[in-house]
Design a protein around this ligand. Structure first.
Ligand code: CTP
Ligand code: MG
Length: 583
């Protein structure tokens, strides 16, 4: 029955005349040669462009960004200090150890500063004058990390300048604030860009993520001096929301790489090592020991859980000072490569990240995703779905992975564990899309596309950018881009998929009503804000629980209520919207 509701949607003329209800006047008049069009051009060149294809500034490679940030993190320290402090005196005190490149403050169970020195030697200098605290009745483990406590010798003379400290925000906006911002936006496109701006990782939050990895690297380096702990996933791929987890992996691949030149002559020197029956067992043993170290010695590492029997063994813990929930794995180079691929897709066109963030927030608002592992769809799967959808536009907004592979040169070649992970790494060699569709249209059509997708027989495949026959019967099949025999959404149950489809259909329908001048009758929230309202989800879950009205009937009822409310909710002649505020 639900399909009938969607059939109605599918047959409606989707590109039909767009309602002017939601458009501010300057957008309505935005045609070439007008002042409004010029203002629009200005907006685009200042970076808030809709299509993204107009930004011609050279973009950094993923590997360059990673290297730069890792190096910054290694020169940084974290300092916890009392509220009563003068920023000027604090910086002056620290600069005894060397010049400071950068610093910021933030709040997380107390006030913290991340201070980046210009040279690594400054960190050692600071450590050399730092004492291990005496703990009274408890005993301190004398572990020397890059996390410090600053104590005041004389608190009274510090108070005067304390209020000037600006704290960087590490959390997303509250729902109330978000709804206010969305309702104040000028258009649905503006709403999507606002949501992106509010939720994306800030420069400081990104620095804190690399810094946290660098702290864990210090601990692992006690055993494996040449190791690296690298962040991957949404912390680095451009799709991370403030508050997302911190995925990191212990990279042991570099160890021993530079010893080739020492093999001259008739001799070959090797380390004596312990052998274990498999890679997996080696991984489990290494993670087990690092987990113990984090638990026993890592300042602020709490709630350490060793999840070593998972398909991909990991250590999960909270890092108190940064507030991050961390997942540490080892040798996860393929996942790092998929993070690089997503970084490229996100950077190619500014519409990509705006759309992904909105879909992620939409899914979270309706409990389609969860921070607890289970039969839910994941943010990673949602991102793949958006990429696939954008590959299917005409003309495509994003290229297929096979196309990115065809642009690769010799230095891009990358084979990991027998899987070909080759694609072009230089973003500047990928031609921008000529597609100029608005975010509003893309959002609506995303919901329609997946509200009608033949999940029962088709698989989503970003390598080829077209549907494939499902190779196995999981309800949702999204091919892993590099390990092509894997389904990244194997965990998703039929009921969760159905919930996604139902919500996608309802959201498409709500947006369709909006563009045709029938705003949601139940609320003054419009556009994206109306889609993030949990009440839409309630409709679906209640329908499921009580098995009450079929979708077609619900759609009919909604239509009825819109008909009656459209007489109350009218559009002014100047194009601004008036709505019934009585819910
Ligand atoms: N990954 C994967 N296959 C999966 C799940 C995850 O290859 N089935 C990789 C992806 O590179 C993903 C990363 O592991 O980006 C981290 O996974 P996860 O934390 O689940 O996703 P994120 O992309 O980090 O998104 P979130 O913000 O929800 O953490
Ligand atoms: Mg993650």
């Amino acid at each position: 029955m639900a399909a009938r509701g969607v059939g109605l949607l599918t047959h409606l003329p989707l590109r039909a005349q767009r309602s002017q209800v939601l458009r501010p006047i300057h957008r309505l008049l935005s045609c070439p040669g007008t002042v409004a069009a010029d203002a629009r051009k200005e907006e685009q060149s200042s970076g808030s462009a809709e299509t993204g294809s107009e930004d011609r500034t050279p973009k950094k490679r993923f590997s360059e960004v990673q290297k730069e940030r890792r190096e910054q993190a290694q020169r940084s320290v974290l300092i916890h200090f009392p509220n009563k402090i003068s920023e000027k005196k604090f910086l002056k005190y620290l600069s005894q150890h060397g010049p400071i490149n950068n610093h910021f403050f933030y709040e997380s169970f107390g006030l913290y500063a991340v201070v980046e020195f210009c040279q690594k030697e400054s960190v050692a200098s600071l450590q050399s004058v730092t004492r291990t605290p005496s703990m009274g009745t408890e005993a301190a483990i004398p572990f020397r990390s890059r996390c410090f406590h600053l104590k005041l010798k004389n608190a009274s003379n510090q108070t005067s300048e304390q209020s000037c400290i600006t704290r960087s925000n590490q959390s997303p906006p509250s729902s109330k604030k978000l709804f206010e911002l969305l309702c104040d936006a000028e258009s649905i496109d503006d709403q999507l860009n606002t949501l992106l701006k509010e939720f994306q990782l800030t420069e400081e939050n990104t620095k804190l993520r690399y810094f946290t990895c660098s702290l864990i690297e210090d601990i692992a380096a006690a055993y494996f001096p040449d190791c690296a702990v690298r962040p991957f996933g949404s912390s680095v791929n451009g799709f991370g929301k403030l508050g997302c987890d911190l995925d990191m992996f212990l990279d042991l691949d570099e160890i021993g790489k530079f010893s080739d030149h020492k093999t001259l002559g008739n001799f070959l020197m090797e380390f004596q090592v312990k052998n274990v029956p498999s890679e997996r067992i080696a991984t489990q043993k290494i993670l087990s020991v690092i987990g113990e170290c984090l638990d026993h010695f890592g300042p602020g590492c709490v709630g350490v859980q060793k999840i070593l029997n998972a398909r991909c063994p990991l250590v999960r813990f909270s890092h108190q000072a940064s507030g991050f929930q961390c997942d540490l794995t080892t040798n996860n180079r393929i996942a790092l490569k998929s993070s690089e691929l997503l970084y490229i897709y996100g950077a190619l066109d500014s519409r990509v990240r705006a759309l992904v963030f909105s879909i992620r927030c939409w899914a979270r608002a309706h409990s389609l995703t969860s921070s607890i592992p289970g039969a839910w769809i994941t943010n990673f799967s949602l991102t793949m779905m958006v990429i696939f959808f954008l590959q299917k536009r005409s003309p495509p907004i994003l290229p297929t992975l096979d196309y990115l592979k065809s642009l690769a040169d010799a230095e891009d070649k990358c084979i990991i564990e027998g899987h070909n992970c080759t694609f072009v790494c230089d973003l500047n060699r990928i031609k921008p899309s000529g597609n100029t569709e608005t975010l509003e249209l893309l959002l609506k059509e995303f919901f329609e596309y997946f509200g009608n997708f033949a999940f029962n027989k088709n698989s989503i495949n970003i390598r080829q950018g077209k549907e494939q026959n499902k190779p196995e019967p999981s309800p949702l099949h999204i091919q892993n881009p590099f390990e092509t025999s894997l389904n990244i959404s194997k965990n998703v149950s039929q009921s969760q998929l159905q919930k996604f489809v139902d919500l996608a259909r309802e959201s498409a329908w709500i947006l369709h009503q909006e563009v045709n001048g029938h705003p949601s009758p139940s609320s003054k929230l419009w556009g994206l804000a109306a889609l993030l309202l949990p009440s839409v989800a309630k409709n679906v879950s209640q329908t499921k629980r009580k098995k009450k009205k079929p979708a077609s009937e619900r759609v009919k009822n909604l239509l009825e209520s819109i008909k009656s409310s459209s007489t109350e909710n009218s559009t002014n002649t100047n194009g601004t919207r008036t709505v019934n505020t009585q819910t």
